[in-house]
Design a binder for this molecule. Structure first.
Ligand SMILES: *[C@@H]1O[C@H](CO)[C@@H](O)[C@H](O)[C@H]1NC(C)=O
Length: 400
C-alpha cells in the first residue's frame, strides 16, 4: 500500500534580525523525495545537491552568519502522483505564505545531461538568478566560459530570453506560483535542444535511473551538480541577506509587455474578427510600467538606515506577483489561480502566459456550434477584465 506522506524533513535557519524579528520574511528551497524507481536523476541528483546546500549554509551559520530572513528547506513527499507534499504544506501554511513568503526555489533534478542550463522562473526572479550566476565558477573550464552566467548566456536555450517564463505544472513549484503567486524559480542542466528537443529524457522515471548512470555517464565529476548547488545557495543568500530584495520591478514591466506582444502577435486576428479589444490590457500594462519606474527611483533613493522604509519597500515587492492570483481561478481550470502565468491545456510540461485566455481561444477554435462560440467570446471578455484588474492590482501595490 502506498502511503501519502506530506512534507517531512524541514530545517529552519531562523534569524534574529532585531527590531523586525516578530514578522520575518522567508524564502524556501525544496526538492521532492519520492522517485518512480531508483531516481538517481529525478529527484536524487537534486536531493544530493540540496543536502550540500544545507551543509554549506549550516557551516556559514556556525561561523557566525545570521541570515536576515528565514530560510526553510523542504523535502517534499508524494510529488510524482500529484504534488500532495507541497499542496498539503501550502494548505497548512496558506496565510503565512501569503504574507511572508519571498520566493520558492525548486530544483527537481540537477543534471539530466551536462550541456546547458535550463532556467524557468517568474519575472521577479530574473535579476537575482543572473547576479548569482555571475559569481558561480563555470562547471567545465575547458569550454572557456568565465563563469556560470557566461555558460548559461552563450549556450542559452531560448532565443529571446535567458529565462522561460512558462513554468510547468509538473514539479513542486506549481502550487506556490499557481495558488499564491509566490515568485518561483526552477533550474537544471539539460541536453542540447538541437539534439534532444524533448522535455523528458530517455531514462526518465525508468529503472535505468541508477547511480551508476550518473557516475559513469552523466556527470562523472559531479561538477555540474556543484554548479547547481552554488547557484541555489547564492540565490538563497542574496534573497535572505539583501536589505532591499534583489528583484527588479522593471523586469516585471518588460515581461508584461512581452506577454502582451506575444498574445497580439499570435491572436490579434482572433480578437479583431470577434470585435474584441485588448486596449484596456495594453493601458494597464503601461500604467504598471510607469508606476514601476517611479517605485524603482524610490528604491534607489531609500535611506538604508531606515528599517521601516526598507520594510515598506520589501512588503510591496513581494506582493507584486501575488496580485496575479484570482480566487475564482481560470475559467475552466478552477484550481489554477494565477491568471498571468500558467500551463497549456494540452501539455502540463509547457507553459502558457495568460492561460485562461489561451484555453478559451483553444476551445473556441474547436467549437462548431455558433451559439456556444458566442458564449466563449463572452467568457473571454469577462476573463480579460479579470486580467486587467490583476495587473492594475499589481500596479496599485507600488503606490505609497
Ligand atoms: C568539458 O568540455 C570538453 C570540451 O567540450 C569535453 O571534452 C569534456 O568532456 C567536458 N568535461 C566534462 C566533465 O563535462
Amino acid at each position: 500500500m502506498l502511503q501519502v506522506s506530506s512534507w517531512s524533513y524541514c530545517l529552519d535557519l531562523t534569524t534574529h534580525s532585531g527590531f523586525f524579528s516578530f514578522l520575518l520574511f522567508f524564502s524556501f528551497l525544496g526538492n521532492h523525495r519520492d522517485a518512480w524507481v531508483y531516481g538517481s536523476v529525478d529527484p536524487s541528483s537534486a536531493t544530493a545537491t540540496m543536502m550540500e546546500v544545507v551543509r554549506s549554509l549550516c557551516e556559514l551559520k556556525k561561523k557566525g552568519w545570521q541570515p536576515r530572513r528565514t530560510i526553510i528547506f523542504g523535502s517534499w513527499g508524494s510529488s510524482e502522483f500529484g504534488y500532495m507534499g507541497t499542496n498539503e504544506w501550502i494548505e497548512e501554511n496558506y496565510h503565512s505564505l501569503q504574507n511572508k513568503a519571498v520566493a520558492m526555489l525548486n530544483v527537481d533534478i540537477s543534471v539530466v545531461y551536462p550541456y546547458n542550463l535550463f532556467v524557468a522562473a517568474t519575472p521577479l526572479m530574473k535579476n537575482v538568478l543572473i547576479e548569482a550566476a555571475k559569481q558561480v565558477p563555470a562547471p567545465n573550464k575547458s569550454l572557456g566560459f568565465e563563469n556560470l552566467y557566461s555558460h548559461w548566456n552563450l549556450m542559452r536555450r531560448f532565443t529571446t530570453s535567458l529565462i522561460g517564463y512558462g513554468l510547468s505544472s509538473v514539479s513542486d513549484h506549481s502550487g506556490f506560483y499557481q495558488k499564491l503567486g509566490i515568485p518561483a524559480a526552477y533550474f537544471l542542466w539539460m541536453p542540447d535542444p538541437k539534439e534532444w528537443p524533448h522535455v523528458d529524457y530517455p531514462l526518465y522515471h525508468s529503472t535505468y535511473e541508477t547511480f551508476e548512470a550518473m557516475k559513469k555517464f552523466l556527470d562523472p565529476e559531479f561538477s555540474f551538480h556543484l554548479a547547481v548547488a552554488h547557484l541555489w545557495a547564492l540565490v538563497t543568500i542574496k534573497l535572505s541577506d539583501s536589505l532591499v530584495l534583489p528583484m527588479k520591478i522593471a523586469d516585471e514591466a518588460d515581461f508584461l509587455e512581452e506577454m502582451y506582444l506575444e498574445l497580439t502577435e499570435e491572436h490579434g486576428n482572433f480578437f479583431q474578427d470577434n470585435k474584441m479589444s485588448t486596449v484596456y490590457l495594453k493601458e494597464a500594462i503601461k500604467e504598471f510600467q510607469q508606476r514601476a519606474k517611479h517605485f524603482q527611483s524610490k528604491i534607489n533613493d531609500v535611506d538604508q538606515q531606515q528599517e521601516l522604509k526598507l520594510r515598506q519597500i520589501n512588503d510591496k515587492i513581494i506582493q507584486i506577483e501575488k496580485a496575479y492570483i484570482y480566487s475564482e481561478g481560470l475559467p475552466h481550470r478552477k484550481h489554477m489561480k494565477n491568471v498571468i502565468l500558467g500551463t497549456s491545456v494540452l501539455d502540463q510540461y509547457s507553459g502558457w502566459l495568460l492561460p485562461g485566455i489561451r484555453e478559451l481561444i483553444f476551445e473556441h477554435k474547436r467549437e462548431k456550434d455558433q451559439k456556444k462560440q458566442a458564449e466563449i467570446i463572452e467568457e473571454i471578455c469577462t476573463h480579460l477584465t479579470v486580467i486587467v484588474a490583476a495587473i492594475n492590482g499589481a500596479a496599485l501595490q507600488l503606490i505609497d
